[in-house]
Ligand binder design. Structure first.
Ligand SMILES: NC(=O)c1ccc[n+]([C@@H]2O[C@H](COP(=O)([O-])OP(=O)(O)OC[C@H]3O[C@@H](n4cnc5c(N)ncnc54)[C@H](OP(=O)(O)O)[C@@H]3O)[C@@H](O)[C@H]2O)c1
Length: 263
């Protein structure tokens, strides 16, 4: 796939770095970026081809990823509307639907909802596509996002739910890590030690869920010995409505995502 990326900010740059680290050839990648310095620095770092215009990028590529802010997507697509016929348009812009992207000129459209841990190769991305995207081309895009974490095809009807869970989710987990560390500090641990212990505990527990395939409830039961310290803490979390609060957070974010799409 000859890939062009418009916007090499946080997400665009992270995805391209992962893709290249995973074996993609920089000579098959073109970039266009508003600030010339940033464009030159990224091209020098990675060996990708910098373009002087969005039109030049569109002519060189058969798949174009827009990685600018959602409000700028229509603006960057406008000059290449005619050139998009027969090409893949990949958008990571939050909230812009396949239908809206097609209205803006996209022909074969893949909409993606990645999340920020993509920046360190541990992202979770949801992808959906317009009906005319062939399986082989979609598989290439899936591979692109698998280079920065996990990626799966998800019906577009679930994208608000995905936004509430994996899109916004890292923020909930950061709050949890901060709170765990605060608890450690309250119990006497130095701050830096508490933060390291908290983050590693979350990482280890997440890996236990992924690698053992066991239900998190069963794993929780294994930590709780009868009459022990952990079940005492679990009682406190339940008294504070922990699980219900987290579920409400996912729903609140999903509802906001739905609301923003319609505004
Ligand atoms: N960050 C996240 O958590 C996250 C998660 C999921 C999806 N997304 C989506 O990812 C997209 C990018 O987000 P981001 O966090 O990577 O933003 P970002 O760091 O601000 O990157 C956007 C990039 O686009 C460039 N740009 C803006 N207007 C342009 C134009 N007219 N032509 C060429 N380049 C232009 C900017 O360049 P300058 O710096 O020169 O202005 C910047 O490098 C957004 O649509 C967002 O919804 C982000």
């Amino acid at each position: 796939m000859k890939l062009g990326v418009i916007g090499v900010g946080n997400m665009g740059a992270a995805i391209l770095r992962g893709y290249i680290a995973g074996g993609a050839s920089p000579s098959d990648i073109w970039i266009y970026q508003r600030s010339a310095d940033k464009k030159a620095a990224f091209a020098a770092e990675t060996g990708v081809n910098p373009c002087d215009s969005i039109e030049e990028l569109a002519d060189a590529c058969d798949a174009i990823m827009v990685a600018v802010k959602p409000a700028q997507v229509r603006e960057v697509m406008a000059p290449i509307k005619e050139k998009l016929a027969g090409k893949l348009l990949i958008s990571i812009a939050a909230g812009l639907t396949v239908e809206q992207l097609a209205e803006a000129g996209g022909d074969k459209v893949v909409r993606v909802m990645p999340n920020t841990p993509s920046q360190i190769g541990e992202g979770m991305s949801a992808l959906c596509r317009s009906e005319n995207v062939p399986d082989a081309e979609f598989a290439e895009v899936l591979k692109l996002f698998q280079s920065v974490g996990k990626a799966a095809e998800v019906p577009e009807s679930l994208f608000d739910a995905v936004t509430g869970l994996s899109g916004s989710g890292p923020a909930y987990v950061y709050l949890f890590i901060e709170a765990l560390a605060d608890g450690g500090v309250l119990a006497g641990m130095p701050r830096s030690m508490a933060l390291e212990f908290a983050a590693q505990t979350v990482l280890g527990a997440a890996k236990m869920v992924m690698e053992t395939g066991e239900h998190p409830g069963a794993l929780k039961d294994k930590v709780c010995s009868p009459g022990g310290t952990t079940i005492e803490a679990v009682r406190n979390l339940e008294a504070g409505g922990f699980r219900s609060t987290v579920m409400e957070a996912v729903i609140a974010s999903a509802e906001k995502s739905e609301e923003m799409k319609n505004s």
